[in-house]
Write a protein that binds this ligand. Structure first.
Ligand code: PMP
Length: 444
């Protein structure tokens, strides 16, 4: 079946209620992918599509890598599932050990989830359990950030700062949450290459919130080191360091949500190492197993782990977990993925390709409609001037036209986002941005 047949109705599109998608718009002109290898997808109508986004910021080693496919197949044949409560299986332990080799500082205790959203909610619960174990159970408040995206659980949307994601559910949000301002300021820092020089002072807003709420009520601050989903917001120089200092001063935990920045995207294992700022809890998902099966995780420090585990009376220490925490197939894929990252030195490769990516994306500066370009490592955003009265429409059109020309991009509002697999080469980087430039010139 090809795209035309899908359009003409022989593939029934009605039953699948698609996530984060304008269903009616999509189903009137579907864009379907049916195959993937390395840097490319194959569209349903047989076209080769260059993947400028690593799927959804997740296929960091490139698609359908033989070693990962083999590991998934072998595990599926050997043992599909093992109970994960009060029972174990080797792959989950092996995967945790491999992950802990790359996590920063002493964040060496790995709690598995199935997604980034679950990792975020798990991290928030661990933070509360930690304070309670230390006799500071009154620390229940979380501080997130405007334009933060932390998945779609009730914890995640509460600490997240995206109004439409919260609006319909406002009755169910966590009660004690406040938000820092986001750090994007196009007037001050447009077209910054890498980290903007402007904006470290915005971290001092945390002191204001501490004064307002009193430190003794605050459990944790959660931020994405680079905010991805709301349009690639790069932290100002010194900003994350300042957040760390203020958290330390007041006994507040710092959580980095590294679902996007983890696993080499910035040219280091995690953003924590890239920025040289170590959080107390770190969430990951996506690149952990190259998105071969659903998997997320939280890495916790010794202090947090030991306080909860040793502080609890004999029995279960953390009343939390998922049927599929450490699923055999997902963790087998993680083991093979991390081996691949190490063998091919893909994080070092990402660091080497970052200047090439930076030069290429900033060439878009002079193209029509572009009001900002921002980048760090192998992630970048291009902000377009919104069309009068139709926010998001211009970027959507560019996204669709790029797909028609064989390049997969992502858009959020009027921002185009780019995050190719770490195996991307110079020609492919050039093709991505040359195509975008061409499309921008053809777009009103
Ligand atoms: N946190 C961040 C920073 C993310 O980017 C995402 C997903 N884009 C999530 C959490 C949620 O992950 P998932 O979609 O796997 O639940």
């Amino acid at each position: 079946m090809n795209q035309r047949e899908a359009n003409s109705g022989s593939l029934d599109l009605s039953a699948f209620w698609m996530p984060f998608t304008a269903n009616r718009q999509f189903k009137s002109a579907p864009r379907l992918l049916s195959g993937a290898k390395g840097m490319y997808y194959t569209s349903y109508d047989g076209r080769r599509i260059l993947d400028g986004t690593a799927g959804l910021w997740c296929v960091n080693a490139g698609h359908c890598r033989d070693e990962i496919v083999a590991a998934v197949r072998e595990q599926a044949e050997e043992m599909d599932f093992a109970p994960t409560f009060q029972m174990g299986h080797p792959k989950a332990f092996e995967a945790a050990t491999k992950i802990a080799k790359h996590t920063p500082g002493d964040l060496k205790h790995i709690f598995f989830t199935n997604s980034g959203s679950e990792a975020v909610d798990t991290a928030l619960k661990i933070a509360l359990a930690y304070h309670r174990s230390r006799g500071e159970g009154q620390r229940t408040r979380f501080i997130g950030r405007e334009r933060g995206y932390h998945g779609v659980g009730f914890g995640g949307i509460s600490v997240g700062g995206i109004a439409p994601n919260r609006k319909a559910y406002s009755g169910g949000l966590l009660p004690s949450v406040d938000h820092l301002p986001h750090t994007l300021n196009i007037a001050e820092a447009a077209f910054s290459k890498g980290q903007p020089a402007w904006g470290a002072h915005l971290a001092d807003e945390l002191e204001r919130l501490v004064t307002l709420h009193d430190a003794s009520t605050i459990a944790a601050v959660i931020v994405e080191p680079v905010a991805g989903s709301t349009g690639v917001l790069i932290p100002p120089q010194g900003y994350l360091q300042r957040l760390r200092e203020i958290c330390d001063k007041h006994g507040i935990l710092l959580i980095f949500d590294e679902v996007i920045t983890g696993w080499g995207r910035l040219g280091a294992p995690f953003a924590a190492q890239y920025f040289n700022v170590t959080p107390d809890l770190l969430t990951m998902a996506k690149g952990t197993n190259n998105a071969a099966a659903p998997l997320g995780a939280v890495a916790a420090s010794h202090a947090i782990h030991d306080t909860i585990v040793n502080g609890a009376p004999a029995g279960i220490e953390l009343f939390h977990g998922y049927t599929y925490s450490g699923h055999p197939i997902a963790t087998a894929a993680a083991c093979a993925t991390i081996d691949l990252y190490e063998r091919e030195q893909l994080f070092e490769r990402a660091a080497r390709m970052s200047p090439v990516f930076e030069t290429a994306i900033h060439k878009l500066r002079s193209e029509p409609h572009v009001i900002d370009v921002r980048n760090l490592g192998l992630v970048g955003g291009v902000e377009l001037k919104p069309r009068d009265g139709a926010p998001g429409a211009r970027a959507y059109e560019v996204f669709v036209k790029c797909f028609e020309k064989g390049v997969l991009t992502r858009y959020t509002g009027d921002i185009l986002a780019f995050s190719p697999p770490l195996i991307v080469d110079e020609q492919q980087i050039d093709e991505i941005f040359t195509t975008v430039a061409q499309v921008l010139r053809e777009t009103d």
